[in-house]
Write a protein that binds this ligand. Structure first.
Ligand code: FAD
Length: 830
């Protein structure tokens, strides 16, 4: 098989070697700068608490697999996971509510979880101060990973299977030719490679720099202490030879004070995130010594007791028995943080066959390793890992300033209660559209996405709410779903459906694909025939080889060899650019170039039944169905401003996306504004947009559907052409899938009481049994009910009743045929 070099023998690198071996790959070398018996990275001192449940389905499933794997990893009759369970306690009413939400996530992702009363918490954890605890969340399958031991067993097992390990060997360079890797340079010579995977943990930045790759992680110090023996626990676990098996109480989290706890036999281990962020540059740590031990390893810095003082005080309150102990040992251990808290996993956009799997917790380690191994051997991961994709960041998010500040913020907020829409506090106003000044004048409320400022509603429309017809009046919401929301959105939605509204679409990704090989490239990667006449737009899909949905994109043919792609993520760009590079530059008809034009263009959505009236007075061009039919595109001008008009809509109304270069942006806004005012034009934001999108049944890639889903299940069959002449990625798999029945499908739900909101990721119950989970949800202004999409078994059909759990309460909803708005597309097509 292909020659693989893995850099780093921590919990991630060794798991990866094992996952590759188990898939039949046998030419693997692991290069480790430290001694194999204790390499000295984060794994060497990780206390190994595994709390699996996370708002992210991906992270939860990666953790779930890690638990299973560690349980199956045995030596001397003992595996590598002590399943003591996990207990998170609430000491504030807000945390109690958060635990209810978390209980919902656990159910959504298939983890057994129980909300527990203060009495039950005490029963499970007698050391707790009963006066402090308001309740808890107990997860029986959580526990302690014996990470260092697992690493040693994995080294032994994989070595027996033929994996080579080079210890005390420092990778100092990456060798490459023709855009792909050929080997690694080390202090002991070169090691040839067809594939390199950097599992270098917090040294990832340095390894990335060897190929000019910015790896967005920041090493930070994090305090961990062990106490002297706890009275009452003396002798606990002395007969357990294996460290980690000498614990009996559940692992414990006191997130209101940034603390977590585990037992080490008769001692206690305490981890603290409440201290100041302590950023570190890995290269400053020097060479890993020949002899590493518990006290002397590069990932362990000296303890700073003053930073731990508040933690020690709080600990003695929560666990009063610890008042009788002292801190026996403490250190500031180093591990990686990232701008959004996710791992960084994937292939480098600038060098083929160079992969990274970094910023990975022990909790997710085997899951991430399996995902990489599956991707390398089978072309895809069974768990969607888009949220961990190395290429998910925008260029501006890769700057050292951005990575440093946002990763530190993540450290500070690691246990905070964070609303899904909450924006970053710092690193704001990095990217603003040319309409920004006008938006501010209209009182825009901005949230942030990909470094962009994006209006969610406009305070200038507040007065309109009072004038809304009774059936459009906004309904009351609960406190949580009211955050980062305004009832003004109802007025903006009303205007969109009944007059006309202006949406800033600049933040959407736009790429230009050009060259004689552009058609070939796009035909090869997309599910529809995009080789239509110039002037047409095709809504199509990017699939993986297994038929899973990577993204839905809009391909507009502007000229014979010039296309514009409307895409979802920076990962889409990396994928298209890599595939373009793979086409032969030297063969006529093959050469294609992909260029990100998001920042060099801007875009306004002008949508609503009166949008034609707005345009008619300022442009003499023909905007009739004949002049620019639905899904048509043309270059033209509006009041002298050169624009490209795309006849499409995300909100299900007649109108256009009007694209121009930024220097004209403000002028065009003003022109549309003036022309639109007599027709009732307003500026509208993302809050209204979401509601309108959802009732039009438009699926959001990465949220409603991921690479785990095929197009039939996801209800995007309109975008697949099995009879397309050209072969394309995923076509063979689609053929196979078309012959199979699918066990699940994405369903539209409407909330029966017309007012109870959910936000996404909540569990759905059918006949009292957990049946699926919500993907996205919003208030459907036109249908006057909250609307949600949910993955459900095929057997749950239209008209049937389900329940959604929100903060522990059950909300009744009905499975409804979609789209709810304009199913015949009369309004859209005009
Ligand atoms: P590492 O274990 O750091 O392995 C990377 C390896 O790469 C190292 O051995 C290093 O020597 C090698 N390497 C680097 N550069 C080179 C080079 N140029 N050439 C050759 N080799 C190289 N996680 C949890 O899930 N639960 C917890 O409770 C938990 N608690 C923690 C507590 C503390 C105090 C700390 C510091 C971390 C904790 N973590 C926890 C995080 C966890 O330890 C890490 O995320 C995890 O161990 C990272 O594993 P890794 O294999 O990616 O990295």
């Amino acid at each position: 098989s292909r020659r693989v070099v893995i850099i780093g023998a921590g919990i991630v690198g060794t798991n990866l070697a094992d996952e590759l071996v188990s898939r039949g790959w046998n030419n693997i070398t692991v290069v480790e700068q430290g001694p194999l018996s204790m390499p000295g990275g984060s794994t060497s001192h990780a206390p190994g608490l595994v709390f699996q449940t996370n708002p992210s389905k991906t992270m939860t499933l990666l953790a779930k697999y890690t638990v299973e794997k560690l349980q199956s990893l045995e030596k001397d009759g003992q595996n590598c996971f002590n399943q003591v369970g996990g207990l998170e306690v609430a000491t504030t009413p807000e945390r109690l509510e958060e635990l209810k939400r978390k209980h919902g996530y656990a159910q959504s992702w298939g983890i057994e979880a129980h909300l527990t009363s203060p009495e039950e918490c005490l029963k499970k954890y007698p050391l707790l101060n009963k006066d402090m605890v308001l309740g808890g969340l107990h997860i029986p399958s959580d526990g302690l990973a014996l990470a260092a031991r697992a690493t040693q067993i994995l080294i032994e097992n994989t070595r027996n299977a033929g994996v080579r390990y080079l210890e005390h060997t420092v990778v100092t360079g990456i060798e490459q030719a023709d855009g792909h890797v050929t080997g690694v340079t080390t202090n002991n010579g070169s090691v040839p490679a067809d594939i390199i995977v950097s599992c270098a943990g917090f040294w990832g930045v340095e390894i990335g720099a060897m190929i000019g790759l910015k790896v967005p992680l920041l090493p930070l110090g994090h305090q961990y202490v062990k106490t002297t023996a706890v009275p009452g626990l003396e002798g606990r676990g002395v007969n357990k030879k294996i460290n980690g098996m000498n614990a009996e109480f559940p692992i414990l989290r006191h997130q209101d004070q940034d603390l977590y706890y585990r037992e080490h036999g008769e001692h206690y281990g305490i981890g603290y995130y409440g201290h100041r962020p302590m950023p570190i540059v890995a290269s400053s740590l020097g060479v890993t010594p020949k002899h590493v031990d518990e006290k002397n390893m590069p990932s362990r810095l000296d303890f700073t007791p003053e930073d731990f003082e508040p933690a020690w005080k709080t600990t003695k309150e929560l666990l009063p028995i610890l008042r009788e102990t002292e801190i026996a040992d403490g250190f500031n251990g180093i591990f990686s943080f990232t701008p959004d808290g996710g791992s960084v996993v994937g292939q480098a956009p600038n060098l083929d066959n160079f992969w990274v799997a970094e910023a990975v917790w022990v909790t997710h380690s085997a899951g991430v390793a399996r995902a990489v191994a599956e991707t390398l051997t089978e072309g895809r991961s069974s768990i969607d890992i888009a949220e961990c994709e190395l290429t998910r960041f925008e260029e501006v998010q890769l700057s050292p300033e951005y990575v440093s500040e946002t990763s530190q913020q993540n450290f500070v907020e690691i246990y905070d209660i964070i609303h899904p829409l909450a924006p970053k506090e710092n690193q704001r106003n990095l990217r603003v559209s040319p309409f920004h000044a006008r938006q501010q004048e209209q009182g825009a409320f901005f949230l942030e996405v990909g470094g962009w400022e994006r209006p969610h509603w406009y305070e200038a429309n507040a007065e309109l709410v009072k004038t809304l017809p009774a059936e459009w009046q906004p309904v009351d919401r609960d406190a949580w779903s009211s955050k980062f929301y305004s009832p003004i959105a109802a007025a903006e939605a009303w205007k969109t459906r009944n007059a006309v509204a202006l949406y800033d679409m600049t933040t959407f990704h736009r790429f230009e694909v050009s060259g004689l090989g552009a058609v070939h490239l796009l035909q090869r990667l997309t599910t529809s025939d995009v080789s239509k006449q110039p002037g047409t737009i095709t809504h199509t899909l990017l699939l993986n080889t297994h038929g899973g949905v990577l993204s839905d994109i809009f391909v507009s043919r502007l000229e014979d060899d010039l296309f514009q792609v409307g895409a979802n993520t920076a990962t889409d760009l990396a994928y298209l650019a890599r595939e373009a590079r793979r086409q032969d530059k030297h063969t006529p008809g093959q050469w294609a170039q992909v260029r990100d034009i998001t920042g060099s263009t801007c875009c306004l959505g002008l949508w609503g039944p009166r949008s034609r009236d707005v345009i008619r007075t300022i442009s003499s061009d023909d905007y009739s169905n004949k002049g620019l039919p639905y899904m048509g595109v043309k270059k033209t001008s509006i009041a002298g401003v050169p624009v490209t008009m795309f006849r499409k809509s995300f909100v299900g109304e007649y109108g256009w996306e009007i694209q121009m270069t930024p220097e004209y942006g403000q002028r065009l806004w003003d022109i549309l504004w003036q022309s639109g005012k007599p027709h009732g034009l307003v500026a509208a934001g993302r809050a209204a947009f979401n509601g309108l999108r959802i009732e039009k049944g438009i699926r959001a890639s990465g949220i409603d559907m991921t690479s785990e889903h095929n197009p039939w299940e996801a209800g995007v069959t309109y975008a697949i052409q099995l009879d397309k002449k050209a072969d394309y990625v995923g076509k063979a798999a689609l053929r196979e899938l078309s012959r199979k029945t699918t066990p699940r499908t994405l369903r539209c739900l409407t909330v029966d009481d017309g007012c109870s909101m959910v936000l996404g990721k909540e569990p759905v119950f059918f006949d009292g049994q957990r049946a699926g989970y919500i993907t996205s949800a919003a208030f459907g202004y036109t249908v006057r009910k909250p609307v949600a999409y949910a993955w459900l078994p095929m057997s749950v059909t239209e008209g049937q009743s389900v329940e959604i759990e929100y903060f522990g309460k059950k909300i009744k909803a009905t499975v409804t045929r979609d789209p709810l708005h304009d199913p015949q597309e009369r309004r859209l097509r005009g």
